[in-house]
Design a protein around this ligand. Sequence first.
Ligand SMILES: Cc1ncc(COP(=O)(O)O)c(C=O)c1O
Length: 372
Amino acid sequence: MKPAPFRLERYFAAHEFSAPYLLCSSDCESVDIRELLALEPQAHDDFLRLRLGYTESLGSPDLRRAITALYAGIAADEVLVHAGAEEAIFNFMHVALEAGDQVIVHSPYYQSLGEVARTLGAEVAEWRGDPEHGWALDLAALRQQLTPRTRVVVVNFPHNPTGFLPTGEFVRELSALAEQRGFIVFSDEVYRGLEAERTDRLPAFADVNERAVSLGVLSKTYGLPGLRIGWIATHDRELYRRMAAFKDYTTICNSAPSEFLATLALRHAETLAARNQQIIQDNLDRLDGFFAAHMDVFAWHRPKAGSVAFPALRRGNVEVFCAKLIRDAGVLLLPGTLYGPDLNCFRIGFGRKNLPAALHRLEAYMREARSA
Ligand SMILES: Cc1ncc(COP(=O)(O)O)c(C=O)c1O
């Protein structure tokens, strides 16, 4: 079966490089190559001397070692590097699933987390967060959905698009349930490291569960999506071996310049993340002010983590609202219907420095709409 069009990515393909004010990006503020190379005195010369041969298929040993610093107990040979998180999702699903398996996906969800499984003939069920309670997940609801065919449960904390972040206790309970019922947790952690409070950061799933797979990437927290460097971390040797072999049919190995820059960036991971965290907190303060002034139109819930949130539109149709906004004000928001038909919400992104200007445009547009 072929995958259905990736609605969100098609929407971005139409607008991302033409909309004057992007206000729904999920990646944080990026840096240029010069800024990265300035992080270490030798980096510039070393980069110019880099040979452009094939790289190690698993990811360079230096890069994999640098990635292990993001985990409590993951070794370099438990990290497998991919071209972004997207390749890792595709490869994991192909290796882990057979037709007829059931996959339960934390929803609403980034489309590939469910769509790839569907193309493989798996049945995809949704584990929907509760919008009345900050999009929280309920473990009792998951227990009811489990069947003997449940092979994988996909979670995404901090969550795209809602910003939901559970507690560490929730993670441990889900891990215990996975052991009891024999399913693999595929944990999309691409926004990990963007918690307002350090104490809210969850342990990586691969650190708490022997069979779980943690998904990481440089795109979001570190603002480096152009490097296309993502990875999985897992203690499950057999799954790792099979994913490594599957990669021979997708990208074989990663780009050498990307691996070099990614390794350098990860040696300064805290600095890059802290910079984006500061941008986010400043932007969220602005959004609090904006939404407080428009409570009759929007339902806002300030998230504890991540770079996106999912406010509801209290009146009117969100697709019409977003279409008029881009047409009349040049501000791009992402209608929730790209995540599911019944979601009269929109995704707003706040990891970038352009937010004050974009919000200023949105505010002016709202004022005009009110007086019209
Ligand atoms: C939850 C989630 N997972 C995976 C990805 C894919 O990440 P990348 O574009 O770096 O491959 C995204 C990107 O938006 C995402 O939001």
